[in-house]
Structures are given as structure tokens and as C-alpha cells.
Design a protein around this ligand. Sequence first.
Ligand code: SF4
Ligand code: ZN
Ligand code: ZN
Length: 301
Amino acid sequence: MKCKFCERKAFIKLHYPRMYLCEKHFMEYFERKVKRTIERYKLLRPDERVLVVVSGGKDSAVTAYVLKKLGYRIECLHINLGIGEYSEKSEAYAVRQCKKLGVPLHIVRIKELFGKGIGEVRTRRPICSYCGLTKRYIFNKFAYDNGFDAVATGHNLDDEASFIFSSIMHWNTQYLAKQGPILPGEGKFVKKVKPLYELTEREVVAYALASGIEYHIEECPHARGATTLEYKEILNMMEEKRPGTKINFVKGYLRKKKLFKIELEEIELGECRVCGMPAQGEKCSFCSFWGLEQALNFKIK
Ligand code: SF4
Ligand code: ZN
Ligand code: ZN
């Protein structure tokens, strides 16, 4: 098949909107879509300093690549989770990706901070729960300590659709009240944005291939059996039968999101006595989970 816009051979068949595109026109389509997402949801201003959290995987690498191409001032942060060989490989990919892009990369290693990696802590808390808490705290604190205006993550349409789907299945109305492509900054919480919000995983993989981005394909060993993967499978089956299912589901949610607003508890946040970041009790959940008595400072020297 030929590209819809030129004589070249098709590189990809898009299902929604239905069309065949060559490599060049697919890349243009993809970048245009990221640009439109940024404009439509007012994610970033051109002068903002953006910290992209790169895991070594495809989504964050593509996020960094496209933001740089669109002219944003980006730097990257990799959090090495200390999950054996998986984390070693992830870091190596992040290093290579940033080198190729020519952007500064900062690395924070959990094992160096706490002497233990994710999965090595004796706790009743599920691994992914404290891993998520740790990552969120570190990228926010890192951005805050270094004066970044925004943190960009690589969440794509499939991630968002499956997360909303799972939140509905569990009637987690607290989550449903605040998901979306942007979480505005407030006080010591730096703004969080998701530039790939409207692009499918399949499109992200194709873009990485077209632009020669190498990435870590392996899943985290702790992700096995995660229910979000099952939700993704179900959504993929539906998308196959009815192209557009995912984007219409997510856009419909954004239109109806205000229905869940009432569920947002107005929690009075104080300051963590250790690190000074927002906290519900006297210590924030990060400092109390890791048993910290001294704040971590991520200021770049
Ligand atoms: Fe962390 Fe791995 Fe769980 Fe993801 S799957 S939250 S990286 S432990
Ligand atoms: Zn073309
Ligand atoms: Zn704290």
C-alpha cells in the first residue's frame, strides 16, 4: 500500500483515523499530535524548563525526543530502582538515549540512597505501591529542588485508558476525580504533564522505530500479572473490533470528570517535619516509609 500523502510505500496502517502513512508522514503526524495535545490541554509554555522522567523504555524516550524536537528546554531524570539486572539495563538505555539526544541526564539510584532496592524492603505494602510512591516523590522533589517548571512523563493513551477502566471497575472515585493530561502545580508540587496522552502504544512503538530510538523492551519483573495489563488486553480487543474505542473512552471521561469532583476530599496538608514537603501527618509518606530523619536534597551541584 502507498502513503496517503505521497508516493512512498506505507510504513504503518493507522486504524483511527484509518490511513496508510510512509515513515516521514507518520512522524509528522505523530509530532503534530503531540503539539496539539500540548496546546489543547495547555500543558507547557515555550519558555518553561521541563524535566522528563526517563525509564529507559520507549514511552519516556519518545517523550524526550519529541519535546526536544518541538524546541522545549528539557533535561532528563532517570531513577534507578535497584531491581537487579533489569535496573542496570534500564539505566544503560536511558544513558544512551540522552547521549544521542544531546540532553543532560541526572540519575538517582535508590540503592545508593537507602542501601536497598525496590523489592528488597520488608514491608506489608505491595511492591508497586511503594515503588510508585518513591518515584513520584523523587521526581517531584528533584524538579522542585532544581526549579523546573514541569515534570513530563511518558504515559500514553493505552496507559490512561486502562487506568481509567480499572478505576471504574474498582469505583475508585478519588482517582477518577483527578486523572488527566495535566496535574497543575501547587505549592511544592510541580506541574505534571503527559504529552503522549492521545497517542496509542502501537503508535509510540512505531515512532521509536522510525526515529531510531533504542529502548529497553523488558517489563519490570514485578509487573507480571498486574491487572492493568489485563485491562489493556480487553481494551485492545475492543479497539480491534471498534477502532477509536480508547480515545473516545478517554475523551468521554475527560468530559464527565467533573461528576467525580465531589469525591475529592479536601485534605489539609501540612509540612513534613523532615523534608518540608506537603504531608498529611507530621511526616510525609515517603520519609516515613523510608524511615528518614534527614531530608534528601537533590539540588544539582
Ligand atoms: Fe515499580 Fe516495577 Fe511495579 Fe512498575 S512494575 S511500579 S517499576 S515495581
Ligand atoms: Zn508519505
Ligand atoms: Zn518528608
